[in-house]
Design a protein around this ligand. Structure first.
Ligand SMILES: Cc1cc2nc3c(=O)[nH]c(=O)nc-3n(C[C@H](O)[C@H](O)[C@H](O)COP(=O)(O)OP(=O)(O)OC[C@H]3O[C@@H](n4cnc5c(N)ncnc54)[C@H](O)[C@@H]3O)c2cc1C
Length: 437
């Protein structure tokens, strides 16, 4: 039997260290007017680099990576427990070398990149000396990648890229952008029509039309609306195989989605923690809010939903570690991706509500968390699309019944089948009864 919900004492020590370090040294960074991705800011670097060094000394840097790339190869369950702590603080992933979208970009360059691409882009990226962007979504719609229009045409020994991309996170700070573009519009298989490219951000023709902010964030936001006009990159800037963009993005997104879910467990726990602190301290009538049954219900519901979500995330992490194949765990990755925004929204909304006017104000984090919950339901594909995946994957195990009107599982049919199955012993009991009578 392999069911075990305990953490190794040795690893628990690391988690305890992380817990204290994040609370005391990392959380305060959010209030100093710096951005985790602004690697060109001296102020940011003066504060961030020493903390990154502490994490490296502790052996906790970039733990999502295998040892060949300088990580620990901890596997997803350990990452799940670590990410729950990191999810509490916006700066924490950067301090621990596992910030999106760089993690996913590093993963695909490590997996599909040439030695030259790795030397030029991967090494500084892994060390957070630079940051990068992933340019896939287009303004006319992101949920359906088959409708993307950005084109890349081979022109001598260069690729010529034209198109527009929307919500390229961190574009304005990026050293390079990984761009998805159609190279083979006539390929028979739809998913073989697009390819990935590494585009240095200073290539002529790369233009940030504007930096869009997620509501409530700084005005000059981090989501780039990027236009690519006659952007020329050398032929060797193709990443992976020509026509291989969909396979590459799946490699990238599988890991990314579960890491978001792990961190969301931490964000939910933070919201619940603040909810409880408020409930036990805010006086009302003859006691405090925590004395009221409806407030108790909000706390109980939040705790129950959070624990269910966490266990589902960890079970999925365990399955990824066991099978070492994201495709085999696709249904559950899609399921936690779909569950994450709901759990986060509901807990953050309760925390906001119980804080009253202070809760909706810009002096509390809850409105940002509620928007964050919507972000989790949209980024990396909307909830509906993931639920569709869950249902399709789940239905694979089912075949239609012979008689859909009175199916074999109806009670009369099951009773008849049971009578047939146990006909002999039933007959013997009946005979014995008759003899006795
Ligand atoms: C904070 C943030 C960061 C992001 N970062 C990046 C990034 O770095 N790089 C990048 O390329 N993209 C990024 N994205 C974009 C993201 O991947 C897209 O927003 C997402 O794929 C949805 O595309 P869309 O916004 O165009 O919405 P649409 O595709 O227009 O969908 C809008 C809504 O329509 C509904 N819908 C869509 N399809 C279906 C369906 N099949 N069935 C039922 N309902 C459906 C859903 O309710 C959905 O929310 C980011 C998004 C956010 C919010």
């Amino acid at each position: 039997m392999g069911w075990d919900f305990e953490t190794d004492p040795e690893f628990q020590e690391q988690l305890d260290w992380m817990d204290l370090f994040v609370t005391e040294e990392v959380e305060p960074l959010a209030f100093l007017g710096i951005h985790p991705s602004d690697t060109k800011s001296e102020r940011r670097n003066a504060l961030v680099r020493p903390l990154q060094d502490k994490v490296k000394q502790r052996g906790l840097w970039a733990c999502h990576l295998g040892p060949e790339l300088g990580g620990k190869g901890y596997g997803q369950v350990k990452l799940g427990l670590m990410n729950e702590i990191l999810g509490r603080a916006g700066f924490a992933p950067t301090i621990f070398g596992c910030q999106a979208p760089d993690t996913g970009n590093a993963e695909i360059i490590a997996h599909y990149g040439t030695d030259a691409q790795k030397a030029r882009y991967l090494e500084p990226l892994l060390d957070n000396r630079i940051v990068s962007g992933f340019s896939m979504t287009e303004p006319q719609g992101g949920s359906d990648p088959t409708g993307f229009r950005t084109r890349a045409v081979l022109d001598g020994d260069h690729w010529l890229i034209n198109g527009e991309k929307w919500f390229t996170t961190n574009a304005k700070w990026s050293e390079f952008l990984i761009v998805m573009a159609m190279t083979d519009p006539d390929a028979e298989v739809r998913h073989a029509r697009t390819s990935m490219f590494i585009v240095p951000a200073d290539t002529p023709g790369v233009e940030i039309v504007r930096n869009v902010g997620v509501y409530g964030a700084a005005r000059d936001g981090s989501e780039g609306y990027v236009r690519y006009t006659d952007v020329r990159v050398p032929a060797d800037h193709l990443l992976g195989q020509r026509g291989g963009a969909f396979a590459i993005s799946q490699t990238r997104l599988g890991g990314g989605r579960i890491h978001h879910a792990m961190r969301t467990v931490g964000a939910c726990r933070r919201a619940l923690d603040l909810l409880c602190r408020r409930a036990v301290s805010r006086k009302t009538r003859d006691g405090v809010l925590a004395d009221k049954q409806m407030v108790q219900m909000a706390i109980a519901d939040s705790y129950i939903e959070l624990e269910q979500f966490k266990l589902f995330v960890l079970k999925t992490a365990w399955a990824i570690d066991k099978y070492k194949d994201y495709r085999r765990v696709r249904k559950d990755i899609a399921a936690i991706k779909a569950l994450m925004p709901k759990v986060y929204h509901d807990i953050a909304a309760r925390a906001l509500h119980i804080h009253g006017s202070l809760g909706v104000s810009d002096e509390m984090p809850f409105a940002g968390q509620v928007i964050g919950a919507f972000v989790m339901g949209i980024a990396d594909g909307p909830t509906e699309v993931h639920k569709e995946t869950v249902a399709k994957q789940h239905l694979r195990a089912y075949r239609g019944v012979e008689d859909p009107i009175f199916p074999d599982y109806s009670i009369p049919n099951r009773r008849a089948a049971a009578m047939e199955r146990y006909a002999d012993p039933l007959e013997q009991v009946a005979d014995a009864f008759e003899e006795a009578a």
